[in-house]
Design a protein around this ligand. Structure first.
Ligand code: AMP
Length: 607
């Protein structure tokens, strides 16, 4: 199998890494820079990505796109509170956000693909070979649409996305925690503009996300802002200069504040010096680490509070956590490390560069996949939905795709025909609406004692363990009789097949739904036909001649229409019969009511 690189496609910065033997390493460009700022700037000759795009942030603001990750897989409605933060123009097409650059519109996956192409190019130049496959990381809280958008970005960039992996899972892989077999891991990720806390459960080498929390607008940039506010206040006081009138000065202050912050990570004190406009001279002051810590304490406390929320959602307390993993550049700040250590009552893992740890972990996952563990997918989510065949060849999904494993689901079903002696439990995998278009995994029978249709109650239980093994059990709740089977849904299933099945479900969605609606309508027709015939036999002169004729006519029409393929025609026939039997149904209801009043069992009257 060919090489699979690992990509951290970040909100602010992106990186690509590869496996050098059994060691993951990040890939630098010709100048030795490993970080690609996640910024795309549109210039006259096309577009630039990364550091050259960052240089355009101020001078070409309307055509320079940053933080595109915030828009992946989302609609404008989801983002109404965010729009104010962005100088470029956002629009919407078919429910998907687009970025407008002049007369062109780009979707978030298209912009992300430009960043991915840059990483691909960088990897190819470094490795001296074509790179066609990647593992890409996403936040643990990303939903299906956001994950799909990330995959689309990969495809547009000419990369086959071998796996989408949760960022906290990747960070844990970089630290080799999967080798521990089991434990509880907290991944604390504080970047430039976002904070995420994820609580993971590790069992038999597989990570399950138990809870996530965070703040999408809190990060190291806010630390810088606190320092900028302090400097601005002092310049105003000492030099009577309103800095808000000087855009360039604000930018210089921001750069100086960030430099001071980074300096205070390794030193107790630093000096900030700024040349002021309007011939005001030079502002200079020393900043102590303790002063800086007082400025940011409130912000770090916010992150710690959210850690406790996540723990509480997971039903855990801080002392249950076995490992704390630090991710994101801002976890270098000593106060952050101290407060996290205090919150979890244990020292966090910090020896891998926190900017690189996610990309390195993605490379580890790529290595595992490329290593060709042939019949097994290393999963932390189910890649395809699992369910059973329903009446008329439909599918009843029990576990939806992308559900984290281990997981369990239960449903109660009944029979559709009188005196059925068994039900067939047909286990299926896939995203299509009809059983025949999905992958058949197994089939078994559950014997039943004879009973009227709709009377038996059969409980079907799906359970996937940490190894991805699916156990399906079916139990007759009346007799207690049960049967079960074990299957391995990933057996013989390649990533390409998974992708193909998902693509087909999108491609055929409309036709599939129409066919499903037709089958459901036919099921309803069959039940309606049986009950109408029964009720006609038993109505004992309640109906007038004309009414009876109308019902017989509608019933005839229902039978003639049954094999038509258009569900709308079928529904019309159902409606026609329902209208014709309306009076009869009311009478039957009346009988039921009277019977109930006389303490008779309702089921005796109906059947
Ligand atoms: P990320 O989004 O993970 O790349 O993190 C970027 C953030 O990390 C920015 O706010 C940086 O200023 C911050 N950062 C980078 N290096 C340091 C450092 N040595 N000390 C404190 N913060 C840092």
């Amino acid at each position: 199998m060919s090489r699979i690189v690992g990509i951290d496609l970040g909100t602010t910065n992106s990186l690509v890494a590869y496996m050098d033997g059994d060691q993951p390493r990040v890939i630098p460009n010709a100048e030795g820079r490993v970080i690609v700022p996640s910024i795309v700037s549109f210039i006259e000759t096309g577009y630039v990505v990364g550091d050259p795009a960052k240089d355009q942030l101020i001078t070409n603001a309307e055509r320079t796109v940053y933080s595109i990750k915030r828009f992946m897989g989302r609609g404008l409605q989801d983002l109404r509170h965010e729009l104010q933060y962005f100088p470029y123009t956002l629009a919407e097409q078919n429910g998907v956000v687009t970025v407008q650059i002049g007369s062109n519109e780009f979707t978030p996956p298209e912009i992300s693909a430009m960043i991915l192409k840059e990483l691909k190019k960088r990897a190819e130049a470094f490795l001296g070979e074509e790179v066609t496959q990647a593992v890409i990381t996403v936040p643990a809280y990303f939903n299906d649409a956001q994950r799909q958008a990330t995959k689309d970005a990969g495809r547009i960039a000419g990369l086959h996305v071998a796996r989408i992996v949760n960022e906290p899972t990747a960070a844990s892989l970089a630290y080799g925690l999967q080798g521990k077999q089991q434990g509880l891991v907290a991944v604390y990720d504080l970047g430039g503009g976002t904070f995420d806390i994820s609580i993971l459960k590790l069992k038999e080498g597989i990570f399950e996300v138990l809870a996530t929390n965070g703040n999408t607008h809190l990060g190291g940039d806010d630390f810088d802002r606190r320092v900028v506010q302090l400097i601005a206040r002092e310049i105003q006081e000492q030099f009577a200069l309103d800095v808000t009138q000087h855009i360039d000065l604000i930018q210089t202050m921001r750069v100086a504040a960030e430099a001071a912050k980074c300096e205070l990570t390794s030193h107790e004190t630093t000096t900030i010096t700024l040349l002021l406009p309007e011939d005001k001279g030079t502002y200079s002051r020393q900043l102590q680490r303790s002063e800086f810590e007082a400025l940011i304490k409130e912000l770090v406390t916010d992150t710690v509070v959210r850690c406790h929320f996540a723990l509480s959602d997971a039903g855990l307390s801080a002392s249950d956590i076995d490992d704390v993993v630090m991710v994101g550049g801002s976890t270098r700040t000593p106060l952050v490390r101290q407060m996290v250590e205090k919150a979890f009552k244990r020292g966090p893992h910090t020896n891998i560069n926190p900017d690189e740890v996610v990309a390195l972990g993605a490379a580890v996952q790529g290595g595992i996949l490329a290593g060709g563990v042939q019949d097994m997918l290393l999963l932390d989510v189910t890649p395809l939905s699992l369910g059973i065949e329903g009446l008329g060849g439909t599918i009843n999904p029990l576990i939806r795709r992308n559900t984290t494993i281990p997981t369990q689901a239960k449903e109660v079903y009944t029979t559709s025909a009188d005196n059925q002696t068994a039900v067939v439990i047909h286990i299926l995998q896939g995203e299509r609406e009809l059983a025949k278009d999905n992958r058949s995994l197994a089939k078994f029978n559950l014997p039943l004692p004879p009973a009227s249709a709709g009377m038996p109650r059969i409980e079907v239980n799906f359970m996937i363990d940490a190894n991805g093994i699916l156990n399906v059990g079916a139990r007759d709740l009346q007799t207690g009789q049960s049967q079960s089977i074990e299957v391995k849904p990933s057996y013989g299933l390649t990533d390409d097949a998974v992708e193909g099945m998902i693509q087909d479900s999108i491609k055929f969605a409309e036709a599939d739904i129409a066919e499903r609606l037709a089958i459901e309508a036919r099921n309803e027709m069959d039940a309606l036909e049986i009950s109408t015939v029964k009720i006609l036999e038993e109505e004992k002169g309640v109906l007038e001649e004309s009414e009876r004729n109308q019902i017989v006519e509608a019933l005839k029409n229902l039978r003639q229409t049954r094999e038509q393929s258009d569900y709308r025609v079928l529904r019309k026939a159902i409606d026609q019969l329902n209208t014709a039997t309306k009076h009869l149904a009311e009478v039957a209801m009346d009988h039921q009511l009277k019977a109930a009043l006389q303490n008779k069992k309702v089921s005796e009257i109906v059947s």
